[in-house]
Structure formats: structure tokens, C-alpha cells
Design a protein around this ligand. Sequence first.
Ligand code: TXA
Ligand code: MG
Length: 320
Amino acid sequence: MANILQSNISKAADLIKSGGIVCFPTETVYGIGADVFNPTGIAKIFEIKNRPFFDPLIVHIASIEDIDKLAVDISEKALDLASKFWPGPLTIIFEKNENVPDIVTSGLSTVAVRMPKHEIPISLILESKTPIAAPSANPFGYLSPTTAQHVFDYLGDKVDMIIDGGPCSVGIESTIVKITETETFILRPGGISKEEIEKVIGKTRLPEPCKLPNAPGQLPNHYSPRTALDIVGKITEDLFTDKALFLFYKKPDKDKINPIKGKFEYLSSDGNLHEAAANIFSALHKLDKLNGKIIYAEKVSEHGLGLAINDRLIKAANKI
Ligand code: TXA
Ligand code: MG
């Protein structure tokens, strides 16, 4: 059973250097990490997560110079985005160099890279002296963890160490962009909004389904709670049945919600999308523990981080 530690970077770095598996916080969600250049360590991540080998990992770096350890043909646009948003919740797809093991990229010629804005992974990467490949620390298809306890509940008996850095401040995964010669695609909406990205490099596009190389974060079912989930425009009283649970966008009026006491969560007190993003996974984790039949979740406004929040709700609703 892994210990949850407040922080023990040098012990964690020793584990990484010897092919071990360490879970750690980032500003987005908790990751499960191994040395990117150790294929055996990486294979353990796939095994522990029950993740299909066709789903490539994101590699975390601690300084912009680290890109050269992983990638070639770095474009101006990519550098503009990196210098604006790193460290932070943005992942950029680069052509990979030959040192990056195929298992990390699922055989793709590209590699996903990001520099997290969190002291713990940055120190861990520096002390391990290697970039760290780390998907979110949940079994494949399930809700991402935003606290060390979520990670412990999912994977406590399978990993070497879990570092506790408290709840994640952004709470939703990084935005993934892929820059081609002519266009920039947002492969996954996330912690940096489309509007913010477009301010730096101009127009972006969402990919047409199946037209781009594998980006399995785009699988229609992902980020799922165990409980069924239905998205609604607004939660109304006709939905208040016995086994139903509720996820409000904004804090609901007190008098309205008496019949569903203890059976609801809300994302934000007044519609702030940053607050909503920070709460979405923890709210779904809490509701999922209540053994209801269905979660009714309100769609949030479709601008800024709202795009990423609605994307996660749609994927949570599309259960296998
Ligand atoms: O915020 C985050 O990005 C978190 C933290 C831990 O950094 N990580 C995360 O990793 O969300 P994961 O594995 O849950 O999601 C990675 C996504 C997957 O959807 C994968 O398909 C996509 O990144 N990806 C990785 N490499 C890719 C590539 N070369 N081309 C396209 N998509 C790629
Ligand atoms: Mg994930």
C-alpha cells in the first residue's frame, strides 16, 4: 500500500530514477508518473491504469530547454504559446525525437509536452533529472483525481508513492493543442481557454471527428463516474425523484432544494467558471459515492473554461 506523504521529493526522485511509479499533484489534476526514458516504468503506468496502449501519455518538463530532450522541429507558434502559458495548463504536441520511447507516444511520431505550474512536480522533475510522463492518476475512463485521497482510493495499493499537495487549483486537465503548418487544433479543451490561446496565435479549430491522428482524450466516453449522468439545461423540480442526484452550475436557492438535501453539489457560488472547473471532478466524486441511480448535471455557459467543463460532462454522460 502506497503512503500518502506531504512531500518527500528526494525519496520520490529516487523511486522515479529506479523505474518506480509516483503520483503527484499538478495545478490541473493528480498525475501518475514515471521516467519518460524508462519503458518498463511507463509500461507499469498503462498496466496500473488499465489504459489501452493506443492512448499516448503527456510528458512533463521543468524548464523550456527540456523540450529539446523530447522534440524536434519546434515552431515559432509553439514557442509563443509555451512562453505565454508555461508553466500552466497547456499541452503542446510536437514531433518527437528518437529518444522518446514508442510506448510513451503509442507509436505516434508526435509527443505531448507540458510544464506544470506546481512546485511539487517541478521539484520532482529537477531532482529526478528527467522529464516525467504522467497521465491522470485514475483508472482508464474514470473521473480524474483532484485530491491525494481520490488517488489513494483508486490506486493506493498499486503505486510506490502518492505525494499530497492538497486540492488542485485548476481542477480540470490541460488544454491540448496541435499546431500544423496551416492550422492550430484544440484537441482537448482544458484549463486554458480557446479565447486565451487565440489572443496569442490567432484562429484555432476543433478537430473534425476521426480526421486527426489518435487523440483518445477525444473518446466519446471518458472521465466517467460510476453513476449514470444526464445533462440538463436547468434542474427543475420534476426531476426530484427518489434515487436522483443533482449537480447545479450555480448555488441553488435554499427554499427550492429542501427535498434534495444531501443529494446535490454545485460548481460555483455565482457562475464563476474558474471555480466551476476547480470543483467539477470533486463534486462528481462526491455524488458518485452516494449510490444514486442518476446524476442530473446542468450545462454551464459555453465560453472560456465552460467549453472544457461541458466537454467533461458530455463524456461523463456517454457511458460505455
Ligand atoms: O492536465 C493534464 O494534462 C494532466 C496532468 C496530470 O498533467 N494529464 C492528463 O493526461 O490529463 P491524460 O493521459 O489523462 O490525457 C492525455 C491526453 C490523452 O487524451 C491523449 O490521447 C493525449 O493527451 N495525447 C497524448 N499524446 C498525444 C499525441 N502525441 N497526439 C495527440 N494526443 C495526445
Ligand atoms: Mg486522463
